[in-house]
Design a binder for this molecule. Structure first.
Ligand SMILES: Cc1ncc(COP(=O)(O)O)c(C=O)c1O
Length: 396
């Protein structure tokens, strides 16, 4: 059995360390602390603890509406909560670094062998691992914009270049995207449905795109909102995996499964790709509590169904409400919707925050007149619509 504290050539490393130290003593290094790629990178801003905000605003925690991060307003499955509690009793043990039980369950559910699966500390981690494992110094990443910002952050953090293609009518345009792929392109990220716009690309478009470019680049279909999708032409991505060995599909337990706080997602890809990621990832990258909760959540189909139905009804309710208010919106396949608001989205975000209603301004995505709202329960959706109804219409 391998152990984490096994001696991986320690004496040789110590010797190298001694030599490096004595060299350093002779010529003190004047190296910059970080490269220009890191100097210019902005950290993803952490949100404020929402309970602290609630107490400052004098709002009861249960009256806060957390609709800014596309989390499941129903919370996790009860089965997942119980399983997480039990797993805590053995928190002194390292987790199963192979994710055996969860991979087995996913394998059965998805009809793919366990050798095709990677677990991550959120699908975020798999995005990072893909960049770190596969994008070499002269290679690039292609993606759309506005889209999930982590594709760009992970690329820049690694000192690699991200080439971004503007969405067309709020959708990825795969023909246009294919035009940006060249001999340097190693990874292509496509969020489907896209965050923040909620739009999707269909099976035939994706298939054509893969036929055109997937001999060279690795194409990542990030399906974080997969469980919410209703579009009939949505890609049957697992079918495509068997034909395109450089295709990767990402999914997560953070959205419909309601486990965002535990950080667990998974990737489906060829065993060859898995083997490289396994070399780069931390041996215990996914906690035992997250693995246990995800395994239990996977067996609770009723909870997923409730979440799906709630999102579909909520999308209709918000869309109808927006129409009545004369607000444009982008039809969505996910558990959120983007609305065009009168005036500045940042100002509206701040104003709604004062009332305990957290939504996301799209200014940072180059959409300064749009907000993204997570779909809530009917009562929550009505509060959002009521707050929007109070906004002055038209521009001064
Ligand atoms: C498109 C997309 N991909 C991935 C993620 C990351 O999810 P996770 O919580 O699994 O890291 C998100 C989260 O917002 C997302 O919107």
């Amino acid at each position: 059995m391998t152990s984490y504290d096994q001696d991986y050539g320690q004496p040789a490393i110590r010797e190298l360390g001694r030599r490096a130290l004595s060299d350093a003593a002779r010529t003190p290094p004047r190296l910059p602390l970080v490269g220009p790629h890191l100097e210019s990178l902005k950290a993803y801003p952490p949100g404020r603890p929402w309970r602290e905000l609630a107490s400052e605003l004098g709002i009861a925690p249960e009256d806060m509406l957390l609709l800014a991060a596309n989390e499941n307003v129903l919370g996790p499955s009860k089965k997942a909560i119980e399983a997480a509690g039990s797993a805590l009793l053995e928190a002194q043990l390292y987790p199963d670094g192979g994710g055996t039980l969860l991979k087995r369950a996913l394998s059965e559910r998805l009809s793919v062998p366990t050798s095709h699966l990677v677990l991550g500390n959120g699908s975020n981690e798999i995005i990072e691992l893909l960049v770190r494992s596969f994008v070499g110094p002269e290679e690039t990443v292609v993606t759309g914009w506005p889209s999930f910002v982590v594709y760009r952050l992970a690329t820049q953090a690694q000192g690699r270049q991200a080439v971004v293609d503007p969405l067309r009518e709020h959708r990825y345009d795969l023909r246009q995207l294919a035009g940006l792929v060249d001999h340097r392109t190693k990874l292509v990220f496509i969020a489907n449905p896209n965050n923040p716009t909620g739009t999707h690309v269909g099976h035939l478009e994706v298939e054509r795109f893969l036929q055109e470019i997937s001999d060279s680049a690795i194409v990542v279909l990030d399906e974080a909102y997969y469980e919410y999708v209703t579009a009939e032409d949505f890609p049957r991505s697992l079918e495509l995996l068997s034909r395109f060995p450089r295709l990767v599909v990402l999914r997560t337990f953070s959205k419909a499964y309601g486990l965002a706080g535990l950080r667990i997602g998974y990737g489906i890809m060829s065993p060859e790709l898995v083997s490289y990621i396994d070399r780069v990832r931390q041996p215990y990258n996914v906690s035992s509590v997250a693995q246990a909760a995800a395994l239990a959540a996977l067996s609770d189909d009723a909870h997923i169904e409730r979440s799906r139905v709630l999102a579909q009804q909520g999308l209709l309710e918000l869309a109808e409400g927006a129409k009545k208010l004369g607000l444009e919106f982008i039809p969505s396949q996910a558990n959120f919707i983007v609305l065009k608001v009168p005036g500045d989205a940042d100002a509206l975000q701040d104003q709604l925050k004062e009332r305990g209603l957290l939504v996301r301004s799209m200014r940072g995505y180059g959409m300064p007149e749009h907000i993204r709202v997570t779909v809530g329960t009917s009562a929550m959706n009505q509060k959002v619509l009521a707050a929007l109804a109070e906004q002055p219409r038209g521009r001064p």
